[in-house]
Design a protein around this ligand. Structure first.
Ligand SMILES: Cc1cc2nc3c(=O)[nH]c(=O)nc-3n(C[C@H](O)[C@H](O)[C@H](O)COP(=O)(O)O)c2cc1C
Length: 446
């Protein structure tokens, strides 16, 4: 099977068969793609990846519409940037409609700069692909020019750059073009093609752009496979706030940092991540969809509204109790002490675990004593697949700090993750979650 067929078959499987067949066997479609052909062609490497597609003034620009579709089929987010000449061959409107994102064309565009400026676009991209790359644009790249939006982005970006030349065979063979391309390759730019064959002008020779499916296959080679590629992961984070009256509430000291770091690490590992967060003052990690809630009740509703995640990581510090009644007016200060009657909030983790279906459920335990013993009890009682326990309060406290240590437990095992910054800890935890998730799936499938 050649690269093109593999990508087509994989896209077909993803669209039509995955929901019915492979979820049943608990296989991620990335794995299916690999097993199908016996070659290492993990198209899911592009899941959740941000591809900036540069389209330049070549007759092959009409194929960029197909390329946008094929990249999106394998889970990539595509931002199109066009040169002025490219717009004579294909309209920005077409590419905007297909990519679902506004196409950027001009460097001196006040509106675009105010929203997603050229430097921001340069930083946004995981990979820049220029397809088609005209002879003229190749020359501009080689010279390091920045006199239009696309060349300025290329110059300002640290992302890997791949170019798919498309031009008349004589233009390709020209010593100037060859010198430009050689210079780019020497600087680490990946050359995609060109192919040899019949050309739009009637010539035959080298200079045809690779077909969109071939470009997608080459783009996948630019990425390592994330351990959670293609998985749908739901993370809860932060505290909840349970209202007493219109101005007061019960809450806790959770900052949400651990949950946010976990969401970021899962996205980094290729998962499609949704983060349901209580009130925190943290920025949403890149590539993560965020839903904000306040109370335990709202968090439960948001969790239940999310359909069929593969993995749920419940890192939120949900309040266990809430006022039995919420006063409609501010409660006035009175002489003597005051009483507040409390009731239990819904147990989100238990509800998830009860209705789990195939999903892999990870809980958190924050303990002030008997850490491992209490965490093991919670693991068993709530039928979790894995639990991450940490100390709270006192010097070892994990709340509202940038560092933490975790005791990670599962049914017949466990591991200690010593004190480390939460970002690092989150990456280690995600590695363990992926390993246990795969182990569970392979046991259930064998
Ligand atoms: C009909 C037509 C087709 C063209 N096809 C190509 C082509 O396939 N490859 C190429 O390098 N230039 C081609 N050109 C020339 C480029 O459009 C021209 O060099 C332009 O300045 C490129 O601008 P850009 O690199 O900023 O996109 C073509 C020009 C015309 C009029």
């Amino acid at each position: 099977m050649d690269d093109r067929t593999i990508v087509q078959v994989t896209a077909w499987i993803k669209c039509y068969l995955t929901p019915f067949i492979f979820r049943g066997f608990r296989l991620r479609w990335a794995e299916v793609a690999c097993r199908l052909n016996g070659q290492v062609i993990w198209v899911a490497k592009l899941a959740n990846k941000r591809i900036l597609l540069g389209v330049t003034g070549s007759i092959a620009a009409y194929k960029s519409a197909e390329l946008v579709r094929r990249l999106m089929d394998v889970g990539a987010t595509v931002q199109v940037v066009m040169t002025e000449a490219a717009q004579a061959f294909v309209t920005p409107f077409t590419l905007q409609t297909l990519s679902g994102r506004p196409v950027h064309c001009a460097l001196m565009d006040a509106d675009a700069e105010a929203t997603m400026g050229h430097i921001e676009q340069a930083r946004w991209a995981d990979l820049i692909v220029i397809a088609p790359a005209s002879a003229n644009f190749t020359a501009r790249l080689a010279q390091g020019r920045a006199d239009d939006l696309l060349s300025a982005i290329c110059l300002a970006s640290a992302a890997p750059l791949a170019v798919a030349p498309a031009m008349n065979q004589q233009m390709w063979a020209n010593a100037a073009t060859q010198a430009n391309v050689a210079m780019l390759v020497e600087r680490g730019v990946t050359l995609l093609g060109p192919a040899v064959g019949e050309q739009a002008c009637g010539d035959v020779g080298a200079g045809r752009m690779l077909e969109p499916d071939q470009i997608v296959a080459k783009c996948t080679e630019q990425f390592e496979t994330g351990v959670l590629a293609g998985c749908r992961v739901l993370v809860t984070a932060g505290p909840t706030q349970e209202d007493i009256d219109p101005v007061r509430y019960i809450s806790n000291r959770s900052s949400g940092k651990m949950g946010f770091s976990i969401a970021a690490a899962a996205a980094e590992a290729g998962a499609l991540v949704t983060l349901i967060s209580g009130p925190v003052s943290l920025d949403t990690p890149a590539r993560v969809s965020r839903i904000d809630v306040r109370s335990a009740e709202q968090m439960l509703a948001a969790v239940q509204a999310y359909e069929a995640p593969d993995i749920v990581i419940a890192a939120a510090a949900v309040a266990d109790y809430r006022p039995l009644q919420v006063a409609t007016q501010k409660i006035k200060k009175q002489a003597g002490s005051a009483q507040l009657s409390l009731e239990q909030t819904p147990d989100i983790l238990a509800t998830i675990a009860e209705n789990r279906g195939d999903m892999f459920v990870v809980g958190f335990a924050a303990e002030t004593e008997h850490l491992e013993k209490n965490a093991r009890i919670k693991l068993e009682k709530k039928s979790l697949d894995l639990i991450a326990a940490n100390w709270v309060g006192g010097e070892r406290g994990g709340f509202d700090s940038d560092e933490n240590a975790l005791t990670v437990l599962w049914q017949n095992g466990g591991v200690e993750l010593p004190m480390a910054p939460k970002e690092k800890l989150a990456r280690l935890l995600i590695e363990i979650v992926a390993e246990r998730f795969d182990a569970k799936n392979s046991t259930e499938n064998s």
